[in-house]
Ligand binder design. Structure first.
Ligand SMILES: Nc1ncnc2c1ncn2[C@@H]1O[C@H](COP(=O)(O)OP(=O)(O)O)[C@@H](O)[C@H]1O
Ligand SMILES: [Mg+2]
Length: 185
C-alpha cells in the first residue's frame, strides 16, 4: 500500500536499481507549496514502446514477475501526482537510462503526506549491488531564497560504515540522515 509520497518514490528507485544502473541520482526539492521528486539512472533504459507500456497498469513484465498481471510503480505515481494538481514526466532511452520526475502540490487535499525521507534514503541505499546513489535534498521557503540542503553519496557512506546491512551501520546511517533532515527543517 502507498500512504506517503516516499512510498511511491521507493518503487521508482527500486526500478532504477533493477535497471542495473551503476549511478542513480535522487532529488527531493521542497517548498511550502510543492515537493519535487526525481530519480535518474544510467541503467538499461526503455524503448518508446516499453516506456509507454510501463505507464499502463495492466502491462506487467511477465519475465520479471511470473504470474503477475499488473505493474504498478509508475502508474500509481502518475495517478497520485496528476489527480492532486501535480505533474510527472518520464524520459528514457535504451542503453542510456531513465529519468522519472514528479511534482506534487502540497496544498492539494488529495496529496498524501511526504512521509519519512530518512527511511526512504536508507531503504534506497540498502538494495544489494554496487550502485552509486547520490541524493540531493533541498528545502526552500520561497523561490527567491537560497535553498537549505544536504547531499548524500552511497559510495562515501559505505567507505565510512562498510556493509550497510548490519544493525550497527543501519542505526548509524538512520541517525545521521535524521540529523541532516532536522538541520534543514
Ligand atoms: N528505471 C527503469 N529502467 C528500465 N526499465 C524500467 C525502469 N522503470 C521501469 N522500467 C520498466 O517498466 C516496468 C514496469 O515498472 P513498474 O510499474 O515499477 O512495475 P514492476 O517493477 O513491478 O515490473 C519494469 O518491469 C521495467 O521493465
Ligand atoms: Mg517496479
Amino acid at each position: 500500500m502507498h500512504f506517503t509520497l516516499c512510498d511511491y518514490m521507493m518503487e521508482i528507485v527500486q526500478n532504477a536499481v533493477e535497471s542495473r544502473a551503476d549511478t542513480i541520482r535522487m532529488r527531493c526539492d521542497q517548498t511550502s507549496e510543492t515537493c519535487l521528486f526525481s530519480v535518474e539512472d544510467n541503467g538499461c533504459g526503455m524503448t518508446p514502446a516499453q516506456l509507454e507500456a510501463c505507464q499502463n497498469p495492466f502491462a506487467a513484465d511477465s519475465k520479471k514477475h511470473p504470474g503477475r498481471t499488473m505493474g504498478l510503480g509508475i502508474p500509481l505515481l502518475a495517478h497520485c501526482a496528476t489527480t492532486a494538481g501535480g505533474h510527472w514526466l518520464a524520459d528514457s532511452e535504451p542503453g542510456r537510462g531513465t529519468r522519472i520526475e514528479a511534482t506534487f502540490d502540497l496544498r492539494h487535499l488529495d496529496t498524501p503526506p511526504i512521509g519519512d525521507l530518512a527511511d526512504l534514503w536508507v531503504s534506497a541505499m540498502t538494495f544489494a549491488g554496487d550502485y552509486e546513489l547520490i541524493i540531493e535534498r533541498t528545502r526552500r521557503d520561497a523561490a527567491a531564497v537560497a535553498p537549505r540542503g544536504y547531499t548524500l553519496s552511497r559510495r562515501e557512506i559505505r567507505e565510512v560504515l562498510g556493509d550497510l546491512n548490519t544493525t550497527t551501520s543501519l542505526t548509524a546511517l538512520r541517525a545521521f540522515i535524521s540529523r541532516c533532515e532536522a538541520d534543514i527543517g
